[in-house]
Write a protein that binds this ligand. Structure first.
Ligand code: TRP
Length: 351
């Protein structure tokens, strides 16, 4: 990038990403996608399809990762992420990120990674402790490389990823101190306001692995069935019984998706008092979700029939990423004094 194009580009840089291991769902929609659609207006945004990171715990089924790359990017485009404003980047096609990751891995200790709460929790869930792949263990470092390679200063992430940003900033400070430079930038985590959408079963998190998600590519029938199955208030047996609104998934969703807040307030009051059936509120929610998802599904179908367009978007975003990242790597090499190619004579030993 030339200096003139650099000075034109004053917007703060966002780097965010997803592991492509399955289709995106409503939890992603409210937790990150909507935020990305609005942030692309005010920021220089890069979204990383983190296929290498996804391989850290899927090495034995790489096709689970590779077959979901187009899937996830199709979801991005269908919800309104605009490739003219956002660069969609395929991680494995930007090799300099991996190089930076290797350099940064020397700046963080094993015990520091072990103390990372995100890693700790993931280890606990996987229950495989020290048998985890080394690459999985060190993914906080590779994520630090993702962020710093783009000189991102804003990183929108879920609450559970906050320790990742913390460790990134520690590495940044360490790098800049040791190599006496200002090459890497500290980043600020931004947690979107809308909290987590529970799964349809009432579990705290909507997740494809728990099988409690509504996908953006769900058919109309699938949405209807999911709403039918939604957890409500098990004590609300007859319509006339008073019902609980808290912990009632249908109301949790209406809180997020129902634009008519006055009507919703009224419905809640009625439900609590007794006299409002689950079928009525489910019907309302179903209508709202159908209206929300149907244009997304339509755009998805169009894109599925034009895969070449989706591929072009990935290629263009990845090309741009390679330009930006290779600049950072030049600076990193200079700061460390390992930019051999540019001036070999510097490295001659003086007798
Ligand atoms: N770890 C993130 C997730 O599991 C994905 C990710 C990879 C990411 N690299 C990133 C997020 C860089 C933010 C910044 O969803």
């Amino acid at each position: 990038m030339s200096n003139s194009s650099k000075s034109k580009n004053k917007k703060p840089v966002i780097l965010t990403g997803d592991r492509p291991t399955g289709p995106l769902h409503l939890g992603h929609y409210v937790g990150s996608l909507l935020n990305r659609v609005s942030m692309q207006e005010t920021h220089e945004q890069f979204i990383l399809v983190a296929d290498l990171q996804a391989l850290t715990d899927n090495a034995e089924n790489p096709e689970k990762v590779s077959s979901n790359v187009l899937e996830v990017v199709t979801d991005y485009l269908a919800v309104g992420i605009d490739p003219k404003k956002t660069s969609i980047v395929l991680q494995s096609q930007v090799p300099d990120i991996a190089l930076l990751s290797m350099i940064l891995s020397n700046l963080v200790s094993v015990s520091r990674v072990e103390r990372n709460p995100t890693v700790k929790e993931e280890l606990r869930q996987k229950g495989i402790d020290r048998e985890i792949p080394l690459g999985f263990f060190s993914y906080p470092v590779s994520q630090a490389a993702d962020i710093t390679a783009f000189k991102a200063t804003v990183v929108p992430v879920g609450q559970d990823q906050l320790p990742m940003i913390e460790i990134t900033n520690e590495i940044v400070r360490r790098f800049n101190r040791i190599y006496n430079c200002n090459v890497l930038m500290e980043a600020e985590a931004v947690v979107p306001k809308v909290g987590r959408l529970p799964g349809i079963d009432g579990k705290a998190k909507m997740s494809k692995s728990l099988g409690n998600a509504i996908n953006l590519k769900s058919s109309s029938k699938e949405i209807e069935n999911a709403v039918k199955q939604m957890f409500t208030d098990p004590g609300h047996l007859r319509i006339t019984d008073p019902g609980k609104v808290e912990g009632n998934v249908v109301f949790d969703y209406l809180d997020v998706f129902d634009a008519e807040k006055d009507v919703l307030k009224e419905l809640k009051a009625q439900y609590k008092k007794g006299g409002l059936g689950d079928t009525t509120i489910k019907k309302r929610l179903n209508g709202i979700l159908q209206d929300l998802i149907s244009p997304i599904r339509e755009e998805r179908t169009r894109l599925e029939n034009d895969k070449a367009e989706v591929i072009k978007v990935i290629e263009a975003g990845t090309r741009k990423a390679n330009e930006v990242v290779s600049e950072t790597l030049q600076e990193v090499r200079s700061a460390m004094g390992i930019n051999y190619g540019s001036n070999w004579s510097k490295y001659k030993r003086h007798e």
